[in-house]
Design a protein around this ligand. Structure first.
Ligand code: FCB
Length: 495
């Protein structure tokens, strides 16, 4: 369906009416104000304050100071003209120790945020858990402890009761695979554990937490409110026929270990035993709870993995050892660009995942809840941030999304990661993912060129032709006054 763009250029790609355009953030990455209004300590406060854990010793203590800059950040969203804003709620603001009564002052912040979004015609899309577990629960074993799943469901239900259907879509949790792998297995994220046993237990309890939260929220929310989960999925590509089996195992361990229980109530048989929860942790009924129907799947897509057979003592160009898998290597094909995270940039991986998901769960609505790239952004003396790499990334990935829709995939929305540069976990403030540049010294936000591009796409629902985009002084795309894009839009109905 190649057509004519809003600005008349041939070759434009039009998204279906009602397609939801949004941006994403998470609480610890942007809020700051870690000691305010009764907020308790989270595992990320502890971890980021542990010397040597975060690049440059950065912490989320101030981050983007979004807690104090709500109006300013809401204005950015209006300026962009997006339909939806995906943010997360900091559990330790609501229940400072992870249990018990609501801390009303913490909740007030989110009440105001949700109301502010509604006033501006922007749909609030809320992630219940984006990795900031109350430290008090970690002290009792964290996600390796079954009770954390129960506490999580209680917390989710408190939110559902308090914010009700003011929130249009709920995401129980973000990327449990990263929470387990980086948090409990390799230790590069909070709480920094390096224990396969704890990680396998955390896998089951995160999933159980998702299922219990789903059940608890359903009983407290009006029927039309959509609930789902966001998973990070990566196509795993074998570099040769010999690596087919290895690729299938990695796919099981990275993707299917959360996808399969959530969709079908089973753990993938191909995953190695040490990654799977031991049978004694799986109580009767757990898998049914975990696989209760969701209303949509959130897909976070950043990069594919390439896996090959290789000799760790004699590595070839593009190869690096695949940790935990002697004899296997990660491969970075020289023709694929990498972002400053070292992540491969391959838009077609997004297409492949979307098509595979559609086969696995036909017609299940899918939202891309994260997609974006880090970049060496800088401000020119004229005050511009010319992040052409991010525009090219957006163009490539939105094209992949558009093609998947043409091929029948039920993709209904896209949230760019991220609204603004923020605390990028272990990389601190050294990796910039935003559509807005944040000068962390002054907290000034500046629209990057990609913000103008994305705004144009979000407002028109049309991805312009590459030729139109690449024109050096590209008309509206480059010089468009972003303030002109700020017309409030009606909140689209729930899916
Ligand atoms: C994802 C996280 C998100 C952000 C991006 C770059 O794994 O969900 O918070 O850090 O990576």
């Amino acid at each position: 369906m190649t057509g004519t763009s809003a600005n008349g250029a041939p070759g434009a790609r039009r998204f279906p009416p009602g397609f939801l355009w949004g941006v994403s953030t998470s609480a610890y990455q942007i809020e700051g104000a870690v000691h305010e209004d009764g907020r308790g300590q989270s595992i990320w406060d502890t971890y980021s304050h542990t010397p040597g854990k975060i690049h440059g010793g950065d912490t989320g203590d101030i981050a983007c100071d979004s807690y104090h800059r709500m109006d300013e950040d809401l204005s950015l969203l209006s300026e962009l003209g997006v339909d939806g804003y995906r943010f997360s709620i900091a559990w330790p603001r609501i229940q400072p120790t992870g249990r018990g009564a609501v801390n009303e002052r913490g909740l007030d912040y989110y009440r105001a945020l949700v109301a502010g979004l509604r006033d501006r015609g922007i749909m609030p899309v809320t992630t219940v858990y984006h990795w900031d577990l109350p430290q008090a629960l970690e002290d009792e074993g964290g996600w390796a402890n079954r009770e954390t799943a129960e506490r999580f469901a209680e917390y989710a239900q408190l939110l559902a009761k308090a914010l009700g259907d003011h929130v249009a879509m709920w995401i129980t949790m973000n990327e449990p695979q990263q929470a387990v792998n980086q948090g409990y297995r390799v230790g590069t994220h909070a709480p920094g554990k390096t224990d396969y046993g704890l990680a396998a237990a955390a896998t089951h309890h995160l999933l159980l937490g998702h299922g219990l939260a789903l059940e608890a929220m359903r009983s407290s929310l009006p029927g039309r409110t959509a609930i789902g989960i966001s998973l990070d999925l990566h196509p795993v590509r074998p570099t040769s026929e010999d690596a087919l089996d290895a690729a299938a195992i990695l796919d099981a361990e990275h993707n299917r270990i959360f996808l399969e229980p959530a969709l079908h109530g089973t753990y993938p048989v191909l995953a190695r035993a040490e990654l799977l929860p031991p049978a004694e942790l799986i109580k009767p009924g757990d898998m049914r709870t975990i696989s209760a129907p969701i209303d949509f799947l959130g897909l976070n897509y950043y990069s594919p993995y390439y896996v090959g057979l290789g000799d760790w003592d004699d590595l070839r160009l593009g190869e690096s050892p695949l940790p935990g898998h002697p004899g296997l290597v990660n491969y970075a094909p020289p023709e694929l660009p990498e972002t400053t995270m070292g992540w491969l940039n391959e838009p077609n991986g997004l297409y492949d995942i979307l098509v595979a998901l559609d086969r696995e769960a036909p017609r299940l609505p899918v939202f891309i809840t994260e997609n974006g790239r880090a970049n060496e952004d800088y401000v020119t003396p004229e005050g511009d941030i010319n992040d052409l790499e991010r525009i090219a990334f957006l163009e490539g990935h939105l094209d992949a999304a558009w093609r998947a829709i043409q091929d029948g995939v039920n993709l209904v929305g896209y949230f760019h990661w991220s609204l603004m540069d923020n605390f990028e976990w272990g990389r601190g403030y050294q990796r910039r993912f935003g559509l807005y540049f944040v000068d962390f010294g002054t907290q000034r936000r500046l629209a990057k060129r990609s913000a103008r591009f994305y705004s144009e796409v979000a407002r028109t629902g049309v991805l312009p032709s590459s030729e139109a985009m690449l024109q050096p002084s590209g008309g509206e795309l480059v010089n468009g006054d972003i303030a002109r894009a700020s017309t409030a839009r009606p909140v689209p109905g729930a899916i």
